[in-house]
Design a binder for this molecule. Structure first.
Ligand SMILES: Cc1cc2nc3c(=O)[nH]c(=O)nc-3n(C[C@H](O)[C@H](O)[C@H](O)COP(=O)(O)OP(=O)(O)OC[C@H]3O[C@@H](n4cnc5c(N)ncnc54)[C@H](O)[C@@H]3O)c2cc1C
Length: 496
């Protein structure tokens, strides 16, 4: 684009999830005039919190965790100055029904051998399982296999995995990371997770947990934009756009508004409805039609007493997959800044210094736990009461002390379209940020980031779209995406 810019170009970012926020903040830092449109009355998108009307508690729409390999998300936290609100854990506890624990943690051995001692000690796997896992890991060390249409389950069977290794290791790790069953997951998606988080370096697998409600973490981005001459418009849905030679017109219920560039950072189904009814839009619409979603269910339980000393645990062999001890994880409201997250339709604004934010610590001796079920297709049709019953019965198996505890209140949050499904062939349908309209760019966890549908993927996509805008305006060296963690130990020998 050979335009001369006498003043900073105006960029509209549509969508205030992590993709839009990251892209918008990067552009504002690079001197663009950013206007962010968000349909809801709060920022954060799928990673947000709200005051739940039934319980009166502030809850995250679901527990969100990150890993050490999420370099762009961590960089985004630093940019916003909220990196101190993440607590990091090196050790994961895998619990069997009955309560027996296996601890997975790094040792001083070089990558990719750093977790070997923990695996050798793990009681939840037998020797044939451990040998099989080592063999399959060795196959993933040199490079990420290509997508040949095979599911990862088939790949695992071809690589001699035992049923227990599949159930207790591969399925456990991958269903949480990819939010899809392993018989529906592509080989590169699964391999990327194992290589980036397990194999490349000891710090890659550290788990980060926010110590504040999600909206408190991400609403900071609104202030960040405003402080850099940006504008955040909440409750401002965009219906569509019209791409012109000299700019893009956004179509909103209030009328049309012109911008130099637009970054569309909305979910893929929303984007599909936003596209103009022209033949130019057809290939993108058809691509988006190929994407499917998969659900996640969070079960929130408040007890009259403590049911475990653990901060979190991976739960094996049952429907519930993770326990997060929210009342241990989240700092008391009194020690935090007030949250700013009114919610539309499903809750109430969080009052300043909110009385029972994410409950727990400061509340008597009670405790609050969230149980998470990824790829929760079997729960979508089940009633709240049935899900809570099932969850309690399973919880009693893992934490026998919970049998004596009284359930004070509970809720179930089903995110039916939580993330796109990373099935074989999916990468063919994840579009790049550039579109047929030179001034319109795409962002979102579902775009072609090379990462799964995660906060890291969303931030990467926002930075990529921002790079495209900056480069088109002459900032040829603009780079916002930060590199992956470098491989360490023996992993430095492999490039794939
Ligand atoms: C239940 C659940 C659990 C998860 N757990 C994890 C986890 O542990 N770790 C992890 O890394 N990731 C997790 N994820 C995934 C993570 O939340 C997403 O990958 C990420 O938040 C997606 O960000 P995004 O900006 O791409 O999309 P979104 O967050 O969906 O943002 C899109 C935004 O666009 C807005 N919008 C929609 N339509 C319009 C319109 N017409 N006009 C203006 N704005 C509009 C929406 O309101 C929304 O704010 C989880 C997701 C869910 C649902």
């Amino acid at each position: 684009m050979s335009e001369r810019w006498t003043q900073a170009p105006r960029v509209a970012v549509v969508g205030g999830g992590l993709a839009g926020l990251a892209g918008g903040c990067a552009l504002a830092d690079a001197g663009f005039r950013v206007t962010l449109f968000e349909r809801r009355p709060f920022l954060g998108g799928r990673a947000s919190s709200y005051q739940h009307p039934g319980t009166g508690e502030v809850v995250d729409n679901c527990q969100h965790v990150l890993l050490g390999c999420c370099t762009n998300l961590v960089e985004f936290y630093r940019r916003l100055g909220v990196e101190g609100k993440i607590r990091w854990y090196d050790r994961l506890t895998f619990l069997e029904p009955g309560g027996r624990a296996s601890l997975i943690e790094p040792s001083s051995l070089p990558a990719p051998l750093h977790t070997t001692p923990a695996f050798l000690r793990a009681a939840c796997l037998d020797w044939p399982d451990k040998l099989a896992i080592a063999g399959a890991m060795a196959a993933l060390v040199p490079m990420t296999p290509r997508d040949r249409g095979e599911s990862f389950l088939t790949w695992l069977r071809r690589h001699g995995q035992t049923e227990r290794a599949i159930a207790r290791f591969w399925r456990t790790v991958l269903v949480s990371a990819l939010n899809e069953d392993i018989d529906r997951v592509s080989v590169p998606s699964a391999a990327q997770v194992m290589r980036e988080s397990f194999l490349k370096s000891p710090s890659a697998g550290r788990m980060g947990v926010p110590t504040v409600p999600l909206t408190e973490l991400y609403s900071v981005a609104g202030g960040y934009l405003s402080a850099r001459s940006g504008e955040v418009r909440l409750r401002s849905g965009v219906d569509g756009f019209r791409a012109e030679v000299a700019g893009v017109r956004l179509l909103t219920p209030g009328g049309e508004e012109g911008f130099d560039f637009v970054v569309l950072a909305v979910p893929f189904d929303v984007l599909s409805r936003m596209l103009p009814q022209t033949s130019a839009a057809e290939p993108l619409r058809q691509t988006l039609d190929q994407l499917e979603t998969s659900p996640i269910t969070g079960i929130h339980l408040w007890f009259d007493r403590q049911i475990t000393d653990l901060d979190h645990a991976v739960l094996l062999d049952r429907t519930i997959q993770w326990m997060f001890h929210k009342s241990k994880l989240v700092a008391p409201a009194s020690s935090r800044q007030p949250a700013l997250s009114p919610v539309e339709g499903r809750g109430h604004p969080i009052p300043a210094g909110g009385a029972r934010q994410l409950a727990g610590r400061e509340e008597s001796n009670g405790s609050y736990v969230e149980l998470v079920v990824s790829s929760s297709k079997t729960l979508v049709e089940r009633s709240r009461a049935e899900i809570i019953d099932l969850a309690l019965n399973e919880l009693h198996e893992f934490f026998p002390e919970s049998r004596a505890a009284k359930l004070v209140k509970s809720t179930v949050i089903k995110e039916v379209h939580a993330t796109y499904s990373p099935r074989p062939g999916v990468d063919l349908h994840r579009p790049r940020p550039e579109t047929v309209w030179p001034r319109v760019f795409l962002a979102g966890d579902w775009t072609a980031t090379g990462w799964p549908a995660t906060m890291e993927g969303a931030v990467r996509s926002g930075y990529r779209a921002a790079e495209c805008v900056a480069r088109v305006t002459g900032q040829r060296e603009a780079t916002f995406v930060v590199p992956n963690l470098p491989p360490s130990g023996f992993m430095r020998l492999f490039r794939g």
